[in-house]
Design a protein around this ligand. Sequence first.
Ligand code: NAD
Length: 459
Amino acid sequence: MDTIPEILLKQKAFFKTQKTKEVSYRLSLLKTLKQEIISNEQAIYEALKKDFRKPEFETFISEFGLVISELNLVIRNLKKWAKPERVKSSMLTFPSKDYVYKQPYGNVLIIAPWNYPFLLAMEPLIMAVAAGNTVVLKPSELTKHTSQLITDMIQKTFPESIAKSVQGGVETATTLLAQKWDYIFFTGSVPVGKIVARAAANHLTPVTLELGGKSPCIIDDTVNLKLVARRISWGKFLNAGQTCISADYIIVKSNIKDAFIETLKIEIVKRYGKNPKESPDLPRIINKRNVSRIADMMDESQVIFGGDIDVEDCYIAPTLIDSPDLDSKIMRDEIFGPVLPILTYNTEQDIEHVIWHYDKPLALYIFSNNNTFIEQTINKYSFGGGVVNDLLIHFGNHRLPFGGIGASGMGAYHGKTGFDTFSHNKAISKRGNWSDPGVRYAPYKGKFGFLKKMFKYFS
Ligand code: NAD
């Protein structure tokens, strides 16, 4: 088996052959990948079930279905996206025809997390290949079955010189990061994101960081509580809350807090029954270490619903926490599990006080029917992206760029934005030879006034 430097060497050599610049070649690879994924549909469901008991239904809507629709989109549009884009030329470069060429960066490294192990490995891989790059992908070591399946599918679909999945943990990731890549795409936690950014800086490699954070969900008193509770009971507990854009905590207007909590309890029971442990629809926490991490964040005296934990079974019940302190353990770090703290507000300053207490989040959600409040909130706070009157769904529209800001990440992808992320915009001006105005040439004497007028007029 080749070592990591040997794999990269092969990919570097292959990139130089110019083969990946052929759009028809990229398309044939992507079509083969699509067939491979479709023929493995059942195996994908089984792998995710084995890894953390993710229900088929959730794997379809949040992994398999999204990957197939991204593939369909890119297969339909790649020729158009990859074409040099003609832009208006400037009178200052007259005569010229100007273009932006979409060029692959070269050799790309993708490091993926465990929480949506198929989606978050495959989606960047698809767009990196579509843009004409070679890829080394490291899927998560915590989802063994899914990562093995991904590795097998990639091996069947791509020559090693184009794409290769390398499995392993921190040691493997460290070796990968020590190499000189042309682009690094990382999805994972903030602390590891910093390690990746430092490694990228050593080689001045551009990097996309898709990180996490504490994403707030604000609920005012103009809403239909039943609808709000229904939507939150879906978005918060999907994937057992192990979603980077999950609502980390609620800030609800204090006059409707009690009614909101009661309605949410009813909705949670409707989704998962009186004993959620027996529900086939609630995934498990990825491993015992993460169960203990979340359990350690919880202060029992503040649990007002749920709270059951079974470390051996990697189970945590959907849990509600009442009014934790902003500096308490549950509010310090991203929860990344089915536990929902509920805070209250009376004034907009109360909301500021909470949100500005933390780093810029990856998502922000507003449940309200007050347009002024909605627009003010969207404009006031810095966050990656969000939804008004629901959770998570912005992830599902390929026309919306997906990414963080500040501590929740840098760069974006999804749909055409993903293709653009893995493409360098090469600016080309093609100068016409039929005219060559003499004003720029020395001697400059007598030309300065005319030059200034020209700049004023044309710039
Ligand atoms: P993680 O940072 O622990 O691991 C992510 C990847 O980094 C894994 O492949 C892992 O092997 C690798 N890694 C771990 N330690 C490393 C090290 N020292 N050096 C180099 N690589 C290392 O994250 P995770 O636990 O897999 O995922 C959960 C986190 O990811 C959460 O914070 C979540 O918010 C975030 N996340 C963000 C997005 C997004 O799109 N923004 C999506 C999913 C998850």
